[in-house]
Design a protein around this ligand. Structure first.
Ligand SMILES: [Zn+2]
Length: 160
């Protein structure tokens, strides 16, 4: 299953870093403090049970998306698939709670950018899906999908 959590949090982090680099007027220590403060706020948000919404705005092919404190599902998922996708995205929430959103974003940057560069150095190309399937965070989230005893603590706001 594809989830774009990782891509989006990585892009957000890279955008923040790029903005920080471009902003020469603001002293570096203030930029670092602002980044840490934002990260801390996002981490605090992750401590609460995430709220679940359904939206048709997910990227093509994605059934779910996890952002700090939020889980988005594509509308019209039937049981038991809906619960399977929910478990997958909830596991990503737990990862952000455990490692912090910044920690997850840094790991993903290392995994995807580092993985692509490493493959390139060895003279081969690696597809996004290869890296996705090798991603330990995705493997962990896929492993809980079939776990009937997996405890979901979410606030489901989707119309049922
Ligand atoms: Zn995933």
């Amino acid at each position: 299953m594809r989830s774009y959590l990782l891509t989006i949090s990585t892009l957000t982090l890279l955008t923040l870093l790029a903005l920080s680099a471009l902003t020469v007027i603001i002293p570096l220590y203030i930029q670092l403090l602002a980044t840490l403060a934002l990260s801390a706020v996002l981490w605090l948000i992750c401590l609460r049970p995430p709220t679940v919404y359904e939206t048709s705005l997910l990227p093509p092919g994605a059934k779910g998306l996890a952002l700090p404190g939020l889980i988005f599902l594509t509308p019209g998922l039937r049981e038991p698939e809906r619960t399977r996708v929910l478990r997958h995205e909830y596991e990503h929430q737990r990862q952000m709670r455990r490692y912090s959103p910044l920690g997850v974003a840094l790991f993903l940057g290392w995994h995807y950018l580092g993985g692509a560069l490493w493959a390139r150095l060895r003279g081969r190309r690696v597809s996004f899906m290869e890296l996705y399937n090798a991603n330990p965070l995705e493997r962990q989230a896929m492993a809980v999908m079939e776990d009937e005893g997996y405890l979901l603590r979410v606030r489901d706001r989707a119309p049922r």
